[in-house]
Every structure is written in structure tokens, then in C-alpha cells.
Ligand binder design. Structure first.
Ligand SMILES: [Zn+2]
Length: 88
């Protein structure tokens, strides 16, 4: 495993494989032709956020389905609204 401690990328000019123009190494894509030079790496935090977002969506979908099923199965009475009148 290669230790990738320093996050600074040395600014050097590289040749674009598409149009062979000089592009700064720090650039994600070629400024001339827009050729993608390197793929943006997804960080661990990004993956965690994405996974938690998917999990949250699944939980929400499950909750909505559960609510719908509980409402439709409870056909005896209309959904009651709990009105708590504080001021009397
Ligand atoms: Zn290019």
C-alpha cells in the first residue's frame, strides 16, 4: 500500500492524450478539448454520506409503505386528528 499522505499535487504541465496540448497537472480535465485526465476520487466520507442517504431513503420508503398499510388496514374509523386545545 502506497502512503498518500501529502494531498498537494505538484503543478506540472502534462500533455493531453487527446489534443496533445499542455495542461496543468492539477486540472481534472483538459482545458482545450475537455478530455477527462483523471477521475475524481470519491472520498470515504463521500461514500459514507451516499450510503447513509440511500439507507435514509430506504427507511423513508419503508415508513411510508408501513403507514399506508396501517391506514388501509384500519378501515373502521377515519384518521383522527389529535387536537390538544391548550387555551381554555
Ligand atoms: Zn486536450
Amino acid at each position: 500500500m502506497v502512503a498518500n499522505g501529502n494531498r498537494e499535487i505538484p503543478v506540472t504541465l502534462i500533455n493531453c492524450p487527446e489534443c496533445a496540448s499542455n495542461v496543468i497537472n492539477a486540472a481534472w480535465d483538459c482545458t482545450k478539448c475537455g478530455h477527462l485526465l483523471r477521475k475524481p476520487r470519491r472520498s470515504a466520507l463521500g461514500r459514507f454520506v451516499k450510503a447513509s442517504f440511500i439507507l435514509f431513503n430506504m427507511l423513508m420508503a419503508y415508513w411510508v409503505i408501513y403507514r399506508l398499510c396501517s391506514i388501509t388496514s384500519d378501515t373502521g374509523k377515519p384518521p383522527t386528528i389529535d387536537v390538544t386545545g391548550g387555551a381554555s
